[in-house]
Design a protein around this ligand. Structure first.
Ligand code: MLT
Length: 307
């Protein structure tokens, strides 16, 4: 190995804690680095991008790698490192928030209060109306169905059980018995259809791959119970938005998701967030540190973990 520093092209804003793992005496890291040895990326879409021949490794500061041409990179012998689990707690907490937003009608209640005239004489009466109109239900005693029992799915299961929910789980790719620390109280479902049919809340935690594209679609969304809430904090594309729109006219009470697709964006019973699942200081640091360490281990020692 010569003494030239490694060059890392940084495509997104990455936590300083992660960048500090690439010490300045051995690394040049930034957004204008030419002929990079490695690329560090968060959500930027790399599919249309010309990836320089000098690139030996890619680090994704997050779990999903669908923004990276992984097959093309592996054909070039370029490993793609990611950070599974490093942001799982952040996503879990947002799923809990999503369930509560739906169950307690928090979004329309806030809209209602925001539109009140602070100078209205009858403000107290109007607030009382809101209290009646936006009464909700509790999570305890309800059934949560989880599709996808990786790190996030298992953390959500654990939290839901602690809130007094019944939990039903299914994973299209791994057997439930092999799932990552799945709490013993989780009932096993044989299929996505069984989850849709049996739960009041359904949350999805699968990667976007061919097998999970349109996992919830026109054919199966009708299986959801009357008043069900569907949560998608996995990826846009796992749920078919046209199917959601039709279901909102039928039995679906709320769709809570992390992707404001154009078809559903303005529906009053859709809560759509701008991909906030992993956007906490803690998760951003965890992901950046994990992936920077992997890049460093690979560039300096040829070690491969999580690729
Ligand atoms: C993930 O796949 O972990 C998230 O998309 C991370 C992110 O928000 O960048």
């Amino acid at each position: 190995m010569d003494n030239q520093p490694f060059r890392v092209l940084v495509l997104n804003q990455i936590s300083q804690k992660g960048l500090q793992r690439l010490p300045a005496e051995r690394y040049v890291a930034g957004k204008d680095v030419a002929e990079p040895d490695a690329v560090l990326v968060r959500s930027a879409d790399m599919h249309g991008m010309e990836i320089p021949a000098s690139v030996k490794a890619i680090g994704r500061a997050g779990a999903g790698t669908n923004n990276i041409p992984v097959k093309a990179m592996s054909a070039r012998g370029v490993p793609v490192f990611n950070a599974p689990g490093a942001n799982a707690n952040a996503v879990k907490e947002l799923v809990l928030a999503g369930m509560l937003i739906a169950a307690r009608n928090l979004a329309p209640a806030q809209r209602f209060v925001g539109q009140l005239d602070p100078a209205a004489q009858d403000l107290d009466t109007l607030v009382e109306d809101g209290k009646k109109n936006f009464a909700g239900s509790e999570l305890a005693g309800q059934t949560l169905g989880i599709v996808g029992l990786g790190k996030i799915g298992c953390l959500v299961a654990d939290a839901a059980i602690k809130l007094g929910m019944n939990v039903l789980g299914h994973d299209p790719e791994i057997t439930v018995d092999a799932a990552w620390s799945l709490p013993a109280q989780v009932k096993k479902a044989a299929s996505v259809a069984e989850v849709l049919r049996s739960a009041n809340f359904v949350t999805l935690h699968v990667p976007l791959v061919d097998a999970t594209r349109d996992l919830v679609n026109q054919k199966n969304i009708g299986l959801l119970r009357k008043g069900a809430v569907l949560l998608n904090f996995s990826r846009e594309g796992v749920v078919n938005d046209a199917a959601v729109l039709a279901a909102l006219d039928a039995q679906l009470s709320w769709y809570v998701c992390d992707f404001p697709g154009p078809a559903i964006l303005r529906h009053p019973r859709v809560v759509a967030l701008p991909h906030l699942g992993a956007s906490t200081r803690e998760a951003e640091e965890n992901c950046a540190v994990m992936v920077a360490d992997q890049l460093r281990d690979y560039l300096e020692h040829g070690n491969v973990a999580n690729a």
